[in-house]
Design a binder for this molecule. Sequence first.
Ligand SMILES: *[C@@H]1O[C@H](CO)[C@@H](O)[C@H](O)[C@H]1NC(C)=O
Ligand SMILES: *[C@@H]1O[C@H](CO)[C@@H](O)[C@H](O)[C@H]1NC(C)=O
Ligand SMILES: *[C@@H]1O[C@H](CO)[C@@H](O)[C@H](O)[C@H]1NC(C)=O
Ligand SMILES: *[C@@H]1O[C@H](CO)[C@@H](O)[C@H](O)[C@H]1NC(C)=O
Length: 426
Amino acid sequence: SSSFCQPSTLKTCQCDGLIPFSDKGKLTTTLMFQINNINTAVTTMEGHDKNNIVTIQREINNLRKKLQECEEAIASGAGLANLSMSPPVGDCNHGGILKVSDPVLVKLNWKGSDFKAGSWGKDFAVGTKTPDHYWVFPLNKDERTLESYRLYSSYKKLLIYSPVREYSLNIRNNPNCEDCGQGAGVIFFNGSFYYNCFDSRALCRADPFSMRISRENIEDQDPASFNNWFSYKGVKYQDIDLAGDEKGLWMVHVANGNMVIRKVNPDTLQLDTPWTTSQKKRNVSNAFMICGVLYATKRVNSTHEVIFYAFDTNSAKEHSLRIFLNKPLPTMQSLSYNPNDQKLYMYNDGYLVYYDVKFKPRVAKRAGPALAADSGLDIHDGKSQSLVVKSAQSAADKEDRSLGNRQQKTKTSKGEISAIHESRMM
Ligand SMILES: *[C@@H]1O[C@H](CO)[C@@H](O)[C@H](O)[C@H]1NC(C)=O
Ligand SMILES: *[C@@H]1O[C@H](CO)[C@@H](O)[C@H](O)[C@H]1NC(C)=O
Ligand SMILES: *[C@@H]1O[C@H](CO)[C@@H](O)[C@H](O)[C@H]1NC(C)=O
Ligand SMILES: *[C@@H]1O[C@H](CO)[C@@H](O)[C@H](O)[C@H]1NC(C)=O
């Protein structure tokens, strides 16, 4: 208790384990440090914007909670090993979703509460060249047209509404906006947006840094597989939903009314052969991919969705499950999983919400201690993984630097570019 922290003994006071007594305490120190930093940030922000302070207060509370968990774990002698049930980023050596946290309501989208539909998140490619970038992409008020979005270089920048820039897909300023997209199935993957091109059965890719847009028609037999014929239940124009997971870029589409999953080549936009699921797309409220497994959700009521169905493209097997998602507002407009932070990103009636995902350990296939068998695999996988991640990260560092240069260039070249420069709010 705090009674140990009398002013007279403050110099040597250990404040009940807040100050680490071993290297296990490293995490608590880090958390304390973060809390202090944020407290300082809040103090300097006071008077700027009440909403931001509310958001940051929430972050502080989250960190406090984490700190408390750490302390409890240390006190119980359990150590920190059990705190994170998550495998390392990019690792698929787990048994699927165990649970999803309570929602974290981050903020309202930058266009306001009238913009109910849209999508948001962090770059969804493992080893991406823009690892810290967040995007917020509200649809226009028609809840169909994808036109303007904001890109933020960090979570903090997102919180304080300080984007890199505001961009428009309507680069030719055309009233029909043929370069725009439709529906909230859009994602940001390895520094590009991937989305269903406006009014067409085609995939588009937009690179905000070069302002280049490419498109590729989807060859398919089903004449009614775009333009709101087979969206998800309760939301419009998500006939084509993009997803990025540990295995790459995916498209969730439809054939004969059923959901189909196809791998997308991010460079050429070429599609692999489809996996056909047994679920009617019209019956599903949304879907996302984790490690090549499609998870589908259903609306339960105005406060809950449920993850009820999974299709594993690794084994072509499906199964049912029941994991509830608590949502702050009634309509889940889009839902995507990010393999880089193992979070689900939901655009919830204009509000930005995320969830942490925890995974089950992989079930051992042979007799003997499961842990030993699995950790043997882990060490091997972990090694090759970290090498890949390392080189990707140093590439990303370089990319970040040249990215700054390219923005410089786009700033100075006039004409085709319709990006509007943002004035910082602070
Ligand atoms: C860690 O978690 C495992 C699995 O949930 C459990 O069996 C074990 O007892 C936990 N260890 C401690 C020290 O709490
Ligand atoms: C991201 O793009 C870079 C080149 O721009 C490429 O080398 C890398 O493989 C890409 N990563 C993914 C996950 O597609
Ligand atoms: C699924 O969709 C079919 C046809 O669209 C409909 O008949 C059925 O009632 C739906 N099932 C559920 C559980 O919503
Ligand atoms: C919605 O469903 C969930 C899960 O069954 C339940 O816990 C919750 O109370 C329900 N909420 C309302 C408003 O009915």
